[in-house]
Design a protein around this ligand. Structure first.
Ligand SMILES: Cc1cc2nc3c(=O)[nH]c(=O)nc-3n(C[C@H](O)[C@H](O)[C@H](O)COP(=O)(O)OP(=O)(O)OC[C@H]3O[C@@H](n4cnc5c(N)ncnc54)[C@H](O)[C@@H]3O)c2cc1C
Length: 497
């Protein structure tokens, strides 16, 4: 097939790109996917995920449509609860402080379940997230936090499934193919310039879908848009998301939109490498802080570790860690909660110290003022409301009294040996600022608020959905919903449907 024989060019080969490619192909379009990374590093941030995906469901009957292979035992032994569209809206509004674009948010929430069914119809398989999103109560698993399913095989499984399905549907995938600019004239996009095999060539098509992720892996843009200090963050995922798609859109007059100084960033092993490492995946994250406390170099707590379920706080606490002196924190736990720590605390490459007394522990916390830390932990212990029972399954109200930085739930004294502490820095996941799209079509809008003919975008590149914070599992759903929307309309435009 010659290079100009494609109807739709999809740029990037992550989750949003594959959803766009499959939707465009469904419209009868001939589709090519151009991916900058070599094949062995393919899949963008999507491959690095745990594969957890958020969507609205009314109960077990809805779940069975998406996971038809749930066994009767699983159904009998599990309380899957519900996660209604209203709950999804409420979570989006609350965590974004009501800044999420209402039209984008509505499309995300209202299309979430039908998109899960669409993916299942394509052959994508999901399983319940028993390990991380459910607790066992009286012999029965109970899901919490509105996040119930993940792709079989997590992030790598997601990518492998989507890649196989795309190939089966005749979609061509080219690795080591870096798109450098858009071909356009008089406001119409008609192809891309691509650097491949040491040479740049032009590739023409009737529509282009950009799905090249955010600018999290570009330290210059991070410093410029997120602020000073952000060049020091570690990147949790792919090194290839350097904002090129966003740049290409802006170069031809696309409208910048959303929370350009905002991003998703978490507590991440302080000694993790500069970029994500696929052999470790997301295990450098350290998300069990609600069961303990976090202190900084001055020995002080600086966030309410129990403000909410971790799904609703983890994405904003990376920034708070970056703001601390020398950009680190230590998470501290005692015997009472160590069994509750997530699997990521038990990996080999972990920055951890243990001790049998608090006095010994504080001397082992690299970079921390030990006397201040000891005094602070003791003051925290004294402030815990010991008469309220601890319950990790609900917001238990077991908080603290009279502290400058309160802990609202799950406050336990730290006084029973052994003690463990984990050093975390800031790990950036993805950036929130991007391009403005028409929520009805996925088409990129220009700064005159007119759609740019032939140009669509999806995934992390879409601006306006997330502000300040983010409900876990929404990135993949956003990629699926807006990827499908963009691909569907690009395919229709290209085939004249
Ligand atoms: C460690 C980690 C864990 C996560 N866990 C979850 C989770 O469990 N659930 C969830 O919902 N979200 C999770 N996320 C967020 C999620 O990864 C993203 O929201 C989502 O994968 C973004 O998909 P995307 O298709 O927009 O981008 P990506 O999957 O990053 O794909 C972008 C692709 O574009 C390519 N590209 C870039 N520039 C060019 C160019 N010039 N030419 C050609 N190709 C280019 C890149 O190489 C990349 O392959 C996690 C992220 C990380 C890093």
């Amino acid at each position: 097939m010659s290079q100009s024989e494609f109807d739709v060019i999809v740029v990037g080969a992550g989750n949003a790109a594959f959803c766009a490619a499959l939707a465009a192909q469904e419209q009868g379009a001939k589709v090519v996917v151009l991916e900058r990374a070599p094949e062995e590093e393919n899949g963008g941030n999507s491959r690095f995920t745990a594969g957890a995906i958020r969507f609205a469901y009314r109960g077990i009957d809805d779940l069975r449509e998406v996971v038809p292979d749930l066994t009767p035992e699983e159904i009998a032994n599990t309380d899957f609860g519900t996660y209604t569209e209203d709950q999804f809206f409420e979570d989006m509004f609350r965590v974004t402080r009501y800044r999420t674009d209402p039209a984008l948010c509505e499309r995300l929430v209202k299309s979430s379940f039908s998109t899960m069914k669409w993916l299942r119809g394509k052959g994508v398989r999901f399983v319940p997230i028993y390990g991380r999103q459910a607790f066992k109560i009286d012999g029965k698993f109970k899901f919490w936090g509105g996040l119930t399913l993940e792709f079989v095989g997590g992030g790598p499984g997601l990518l492998d499934q989507e890649t196989t399905i795309a190939r089966k549907n005749g979609i061509q995938i080219r690795y080591n193919a870096r798109v450098t600019s858009l071909i356009h004239k008089d406001g119409v996009v008609s192809g891309v310039k691509v650097f491949e095999n040491g040479a740049t060539s032009e590739m023409h098509a009737k529509a282009v879908v950009l799905a090249t992720g955010g600018f999290e892996s570009n330290p210059e843009w991070r410093t410029k848009y997120l602020g000073p200090g952000w060049e020091l963050a570690k990147v949790r995922g792919t090194r290839f998301n350097t904002g090129e798609g966003i740049r290409m859109g802006l170069e031809i007059g696309a409208s910048a939109y959303g929370n350009w100084s905002g991003c998703h960033a978490v507590g991440w092993d302080y000694n993790a490498p500069e970029f994500g490492d696929l052999s470790v995946g997301d295990n450098f994250q350290k998300h069990s802080y609600p069961w303990g406390i976090m202190i900084n170099a001055q020995g002080k707590r600086f966030v309410d570790e129990g403000a909410d379920f971790r799904n609703y706080t983890y994405a904003k606490y990376g920034r708070r860690i970056l703001e601390q002196p020398d950009q680190f924190a230590w998470q501290i736990f005692d015997k009472k909660v160590i069994h509750l720590l997530r699997d990521e605390y038990r990996i080999k490459r972990v920055s951890k110290v243990s001790a049998n007394t608090l006095e010994e522990l504080v001397t082992k916390l690299e970079g921390v003022d030990p006397a201040a830390a000891l005094a602070h932990i003791k003051a925290y212990n004294a402030a815990v409301k010991k008469d309220v029972p601890f319950n990790p399954n609900v917001k238990d109200g077991r908080g603290t009294d009279g502290l400058e930085v309160p802990k609202s739930n799950w406050a336990n004294t730290i006084d029973e040996a052994p003690f463990e502490a984990y050093q975390v820095g800031c790990g950036i996941t993805f950036t929130f600022g991007g391009l403005r799209i028409d929520p009805e079509t996925g088409q990129v809008m220009n700064s005159d608020m007119q759609p740019i003919t032939g140009l669509y975008t999806a995934g992390e590149m879409v601006g306006g959905l997330f502000y300040f914070n983010y409900p876990g599992g929404t990135g993949l759903m956003s990629g699926c919903v807006f990827g499908r929307l963009a691909g569907d309309n690009a395919g229709k435009a290209a085939t004249g449907k």
